[in-house]
Write a protein that binds this ligand. Structure first.
Ligand code: NDP
Ligand code: NDP
Length: 315
């Protein structure tokens, strides 16, 4: 497989593993890169020293390209940028912020920059800021999400017709058929998160991985738009959020209810009652924890099977 994305990242398959706080450390990122995709270390949950450690381990575990996701909301972002440059990380995916802020500095240090967006407007802004590619992420996606609820099925063709730089589709993709659909809509590659949460190498807690397997259609919802919109699995903490909306809670009350470290508690420490559990709608299709390499193998096989089926259509 060769296209603009495999050439840009120097990888075998146009499959990118999403940067996910508490779930994607060096072990998952290196496993995905070794299997021919692009692995990403999710740095949003890592103190600077922890990111340094993960970069060191990742470089020991793979000689293939890998990336770091840098959410711009991160409090010590200057330190993360310094660490990324010092480790000569080849690719950075920036998200949740203005792409103008860091793109130039990263590129001046030889780093390929990709920015994550959820709308046509921000895709154009990212292109203007000079990024090398964009990820357009639809409503189905887990974790942080756009406010407009544009689904991947609508977002990808709308972004594809507006931008010239390579486009990676995200949100609701976890299979080879999903990958083919996204590429038929105009994407050059796909970013997959939830499917890799349920992998052997993901740093998510085993209890959270099991809950992802057990969940079905309708078990996630996008909420907390007043703070940062986020798609969550329904659990007792989620019920508390719904109860707060039921009594017309103010933004301050919602903030207080969320508190600090809820995501760590749920996804990393396995507190399924009180923790925040971020996952995408595609979790309803995931029913087995597998090695990351097996997940990539399955996706590629299904992609080719589906393509061959398409070729046989009689029109
Ligand atoms: P580990 O998986 O053993 O994790 C190493 C350290 O990273 C541990 O201190 C762990 O914290 C923390 N950690 C592990 N996963 C995450 C994560 N996704 N987000 C935040 N912290 C995480 O591999 P190593 O032991 O080689 O990991 C080195 C360090 O990296 C560990 O301290 C590990 O906790 C951290 N790490 C951080 C990750 C992150 O996303 N921030 C992901 C993976 C590892 P602890 O065990 O103290 O809870
Ligand atoms: P909270 O404010 O609730 O908690 C901060 C968490 O981040 C704590 O668990 C803390 O670990 C950890 N952390 C790591 N580095 C730092 C630091 N330098 N200063 C303070 N805390 C740090 O935030 P969230 O858990 O909701 O989000 C954490 C980060 O992840 C943010 O940067 C956010 O933008 C990003 N994020 C990214 C998402 C993605 O999908 N890429 C999704 C959601 C959030 P500890 O408990 O060990 O102190």
């Amino acid at each position: 497989m060769q296209n603009r994305i495999t050439e840009l990242f120097k990888i075998k398959y146009p499959i990118v593993q999403a940067g996910m706080i508490w779930c994607s450390g060096w072990e998952l990122a290196s496993a995905v890169s070794n299997a021919g995709g692009l692995g990403i270390i999710g740095s949003g949950s890592m103190y600077p020293q922890v990111l340094d450690e993960h970069l060191r381990k990742c470089k020991e575990a793979t000689d293939k390209p890998f990336a770091v996701n840098l959410p711009m909301l991160y409090p010590d972002i200057d330190k993360h940028v310094e660490t990324i440059i010092r480790h000569q990380v080849p690719i950075v995916f920036t998200s949740a912020g203005n792409p103008k802020t860091w793109t130039k500095k990263l590129q001046e240090n030889g780093i390929t920059v990709v920015h994550v967006v959820s709308s046509v407007k921000f895709a154009l802004k990212a292109q203007e800021a000079g990024v090398d590619a964009v990820v357009a992420e639809g409503f189905e996606a887990g974790g942080h999400n756009g406010r407009d609820e544009t689904t991947t099925f609508c977002l990808i063709p709308m972004v594809a017709r507006e931008i010239k730089i390579p486009l990676i589709a995200a949100g609701g993709i976890g299979t080879g058929r999903g990958m083919l659909a996204a590429m038929n809509l105009g994407a050059d590659g796909v970013q997959i998160g939830s499917r890799f949460v349920a992998s052997h190498e993901s740093s998510a807690h085993d209890k959270f991985k099991q809950m992802v397997l057990d969940s079905g259609e309708g078990d996630t919802l996008l909420t907390l738009k007043e703070l940062t919109p986020v798609r969550l699995l329904k659990n007792p903490f989620f019920d508390q959020v719904m109860a707060a909306y039921g009594r017309d809670a103010s933004t301050e009350e919602l903030h207080e209810l969320l508190g600090r470290g809820r995501a760590k508690r749920g996804m990393f420490e396995g507190d399924l009652e009180e923790g925040e559990l971020e996952i995408g709608q595609v979790s309803g299709m995931i029913d087995e924890i597998k090695p990351a390499a097996a997940i990539i193998g399955e996706i590629i096989n299904e992609f080719h099977t589906a393509r061959n089926e398409q070729d046989k259509f009689q029109f």
